[in-house]
Design a protein around this ligand. Structure first.
Ligand SMILES: *[C@@H]1O[C@H](CO)[C@@H](O)[C@H](O)[C@H]1NC(C)=O
Ligand SMILES: *[C@@H]1O[C@H](CO)[C@@H](O)[C@H](O)[C@H]1NC(C)=O
Ligand SMILES: *[C@@H]1O[C@H](CO)[C@@H](O)[C@H](O)[C@H]1NC(C)=O
Ligand SMILES: *[C@@H]1O[C@H](CO)[C@@H](O)[C@H](O)[C@H]1NC(C)=O
Ligand SMILES: *[C@@H]1O[C@H](CO)[C@@H](O)[C@H](O)[C@H]1NC(C)=O
Ligand SMILES: *[C@@H]1O[C@H](CO)[C@@H](O)[C@H](O)[C@H]1NC(C)=O
Ligand SMILES: *[C@@H]1O[C@H](CO)[C@@H](O)[C@H](O)[C@H]1NC(C)=O
Ligand SMILES: *[C@@H]1O[C@H](CO)[C@@H](O)[C@H](O)[C@H]1NC(C)=O
Ligand SMILES: *[C@@H]1O[C@H](CO)[C@@H](O)[C@H](O)[C@H]1NC(C)=O
Ligand SMILES: *[C@@H]1O[C@H](CO)[C@@H](O)[C@H](O)[C@H]1NC(C)=O
Ligand SMILES: *[C@@H]1O[C@H](CO)[C@@H](O)[C@H](O)[C@H]1NC(C)=O
Length: 375
């Protein structure tokens, strides 16, 4: 690497905890939902979307206001429901061989929540009414007691209650086929006598985010929200009910939240060095990823890329023999894919556009799209 480039990298502003990937803006003016959407798209990126509980807390913290405010979620899909995994960041991918569409008892009705039934060799997913009470399995990111999965048999709960329980005591309901079809799952249910049913973190709804992203996080206030009130098709946060959500008629005028994206996907193919200069001149820097939340957010962005990989601000120093971020951060959080390319001079890091969006070591004269951060 040229020394001039090396020096420039070292001069980069460090942003550690100060830069965020996106920011919320509370707009005090009362507007109808679609007017609010237009306003946000003009002045910022779009109406606010919410990825997880941390986002929800940031959204609440960004205003002193109490009362109702629009967020960027609405139900204008004509009732086209799609499946989601409850745990933020786990993408739902349809796999017919995981489902048994006849896997219901005669008295059970089809529904919008997913469970696994164990009966006479059947152990596949089936959709049933969310009102039923079953055992359930929680996923624990913190691995308390060295376990990721926890079976809850007592009490048995309906799906919404089970989700609440898991979010209160662990992280969320067990999510993704890796977890649901995995070894630890099998180990956790080993002692149970079939037939039995277990809730997993699958639900389907017809709500979509204004900017088209596929975030699965929902925070409905079940005391107020009714998913069959067909003329209340826009979502709001109730700031005086700890930010929980309900829905209202889109013509009502309310204050609202916009979000502003601090990341730009540049859909042009450039070498790593060209991309680096482009970001430094026009924005702030090539993007760095220091934790799994950032990884999740950037995953969402790379889906729109038109190259197979997307450059990150990740660089190998040949002289010193290690990888570093151009924002001067140490590479602590890692998400390398299984490709066997060894480290080497003139290598840079890129994210695979295909799921599960692992990082890959690529020769830096290859031409890919890239992501810049704004501040
Ligand atoms: C929101 O504010 C509360 C109380 O001031 C604080 O404890 C919490 O960490 C803040 N959340 C975020 C995401 O900044
Ligand atoms: C919350 O605010 C809304 C709108 O300002 C109001 O109608 C409602 O009564 C409030 N609810 C509570 C529990 O304070
Ligand atoms: C339903 O929504 C999904 C995902 O948004 C889309 O792929 C599908 O085409 C839609 N189906 C109908 C009938 O609109
Ligand atoms: C679907 O799931 C089965 C097992 O449940 C697995 O063997 C298969 O690889 C999966 N297919 C895809 C496309 O992921
Ligand atoms: C789950 O149970 C609670 C408490 O019994 C009830 O209020 C709620 O409506 C139920 N939710 C569903 C989706 O069945
Ligand atoms: C968890 O596992 C680690 C390493 O496998 C071990 O050192 C530790 O004692 C275990 N902790 C508990 C609470 O079992
Ligand atoms: C969402 O839209 C569908 C189809 O129009 C409708 O059946 C459902 O009741 C709507 N839900 C709400 C909360 O408006
Ligand atoms: C939800 O709204 C529908 C239509 O307005 C109504 O029939 C139903 O009883 C409501 N459900 C609840 C739990 O309030
Ligand atoms: C929506 O439905 C409620 C109750 O069914 C009704 O009072 C209200 O006038 C309706 N609003 C619109 C805009 O149709
Ligand atoms: C900054 O962006 C403009 C186009 O938006 C581009 O022409 C220019 O080359 C960029 N700067 C660098 C250093 O790449
Ligand atoms: C970027 O390169 C990919 C192939 O790697 C190509 O499919 C795509 O069209 C290129 N994009 C542009 C904007 O030239």
């Amino acid at each position: 690497m040229q020394w001039s480039l090396y020096l420039l990298i070292l001069m980069g502003q460090c942003c550690f905890f100060t830069c965020r990937l996106y920011e919320y803006h509370f707009i005090k003016e009362n507007k109808r939902w679609y007017e609010a959407q237009r306003y946000c798209r003009e002045k910022y990126t779009d109406l606010a979307k919410v990825f997880d509980m941390t986002d929800m807390s940031r959204l609440r913290n960004s205003t002193q206001n109490q009362g109702e405010a629009w967020i960027g979620l609405n139900n204008n899909t004509g009732g086209n429901r799609t499946w989601h995994w409850s745990l933020p960041g786990v993408e739902y991918i349809q796999n017919d061989s995981s489902w048994n569409l006849n896997g219901r008892e005669t008295w059970e009705h089809p529904g919008n929540c997913g469970r696994k039934r164990y009966k006479e060799g059947d152990k596949k997913l089936a959709d049933v009414s969310c009102d039923e009470a079953f055992y359930f399995i929680c996923h624990d990111e913190m691995k308390k007691d060295n376990k990721t999965l926890h079976l809850i048999q007592n009490p048995t709960l309906n799906w919404t209650q089970a989700q609440n329980y898991c979010r209160s005591y662990y992280t969320d309901l067990v999510s993704g086929l890796d977890q649901v079809d995995g070894e630890e799952y099998e180990a956790v249910i080993k002692g149970l006598t079939s037939p039995f049913s277990i809730w997993v973190g699958l639900f389907r709804d017809s709500w979509r985010w204004s900017d088209g992203s596929d975030f699965s996080f929902r925070y409905w206030d079940m005391e107020l929200f009714n998913d069959t009130q067909s003329n209340k098709t826009c979502a709001m946060t109730l700031l005086n009910r700890s930010g929980k959500w309900s829905s209202d008629e889109c013509d009502k005028e309310k204050p609202f939240f916009c979000y502003d994206d601090n990341l730009i996907l540049v859909e042009e193919n450039k070498t790593w060095e060209e991309a680096f200069y482009y970001c430094r001149e026009n924005y702030s820097d090539l993007v760095s990823i220091t934790n799994s939340d950032e990884q999740d957010w950037i995953q969402e962005k790379v889906k729109e890329a038109n190259s197979p990989y997307v450059w990150l601000g990740l660089r190998y120093t040949c002289t010193l023999g290690f990888w570093f971020w151009v924002t001067d951060e140490v590479v602590k959080y890692k998400n390398w894919g299984p490709d066997v390319t060894t480290d080497g001079c003139d290598m840079s890091g890129a994210m695979n556009v295909g799921s599960p969006h692992k990082w890959s070591k690529q020769a830096d004269n290859k031409m890919f799209n890239f992501i810049c951060s704004k501040k």
